[in-house]
Design a protein around this ligand. Structure first.
Ligand code: 2M8
Ligand code: MG
Ligand code: MG
Length: 263
């Protein structure tokens, strides 16, 4: 099973193109290898992307693990949600901002056009990125000391922060890409279609938010990224970790090439 981040990994950080990875995507489809998207993106962004990539209906992890969607044998999709919904998170953020005078801007404060300007997404795709269900993406505009106070205040509220390529993401404590993947794999084991399989997992990601996922897969590909914060893994098995020399989708295919023997 391939578990992959999107932005800065399968998709180029600036253009959102996956073109250099296309030959590998074709092979993955051909060999029927499950590909699980594990992203900060919303379900509204991921579902059309899955269609374009040729993985319609596959299970995915959205909003940094705050939302997991499974495909079920009966054709019904099943969603697992981290416990705090978007309106609750935004309400709490507004309250903390008033109380402590924190300076930050979240996707709820931005227009579609502003999100497009910051990210390079089209306005239409920026609107899909703003359809959040279980996490908020924000730009921090205050001091480091205030940031520490913000993190502590969030913790008190049962919320946690994780860092993507451009934004900080706020979601329920205890959620994250690693916890979501563990939940998804557990659900797979209980599904009679897959219970016979013992999946070998390869994870690919470029950001600090990918670390918990990269720590929990069998083989980890750390894709060279644009974030100033390094991706710090806690696992010690260095031979199962590969750091790419290329960015984005070039790095993605470089990582798969490293771990998967070609036919
Ligand atoms: C946000 O996610 C990326 C992931 O690394 C980031 O933090 O930079 C999300 O808001 C996502 O929904 C959006 O599509 C993406 C656009 O770059 O930014
Ligand atoms: Mg990324
Ligand atoms: Mg991501």
């Amino acid at each position: 099973m391939i578990v992959t981040d999107l932005d800065g990994s399968l998709l180029d950080h600036h253009t959102y193109s996956w073109q250099p990875a296309q030959p590998w995507l074709d092979k993955i489809v051909q060999h029927q290898i499950p590909l699980v998207i594990c992203s900060s993106k919303t379900a509204s962004e991921i579902i059309p992307l899955q269609q374009q990539l040729g993985f319609s209906g596959a299970p995915f992890i959205a909003e940094n693990g705050a939302l997991v969607q499974l495909d079920r044998a009966d054709g019904e999709n099943m969603r697992h949600h981290a416990g705090k919904d978007y309106s609750e998170i935004c309400h709490c953020l507004r309250r903390l901002r008033q109380q402590y005078q924190f300076r930050f801007s979240g996707f709820a404060d931005f227009t579609d056009q502003e999100v497009a300007d910051i990210t390079g997404l089209t306005v239409r795709n920026a609107a899909l990125a703003r359809r959040r269900e279980a996490s908020e993406s924000l730009v921090w505009r205050d001091s480091e000391a205030q940031f520490a106070a913000f993190a502590a205040a969030l913790e008190q509220e049962g919320l946690a922060l994780t860092q993507g390529g451009r934004f900080w993401h706020v979601m329920a404590s205890g959620s994250g890409k690693g916890a979501a993947l563990a939940w998804l794999l557990q659900a797979y084991k209980q599904d009679k279609r897959f219970s016979q399989h013992d999946f070998i997992t390869i994870g690919l990601g470029d950001g600090p938010n990918d670390a918990p996922m990269l720590d929990s897969v069998d083989y980890a590909v750390v894709i060279k990224g644009h974030s100033k914060t390094p991706v710090t893994l806690t696992r010690q098995d260095q031979h199962n970790i590969y750091h790419t020399s290329a960015y984005g989708p070039e790095g993605w295919q470089e990582g798969l090439q490293h771990f998967i023997a070609q036919d």
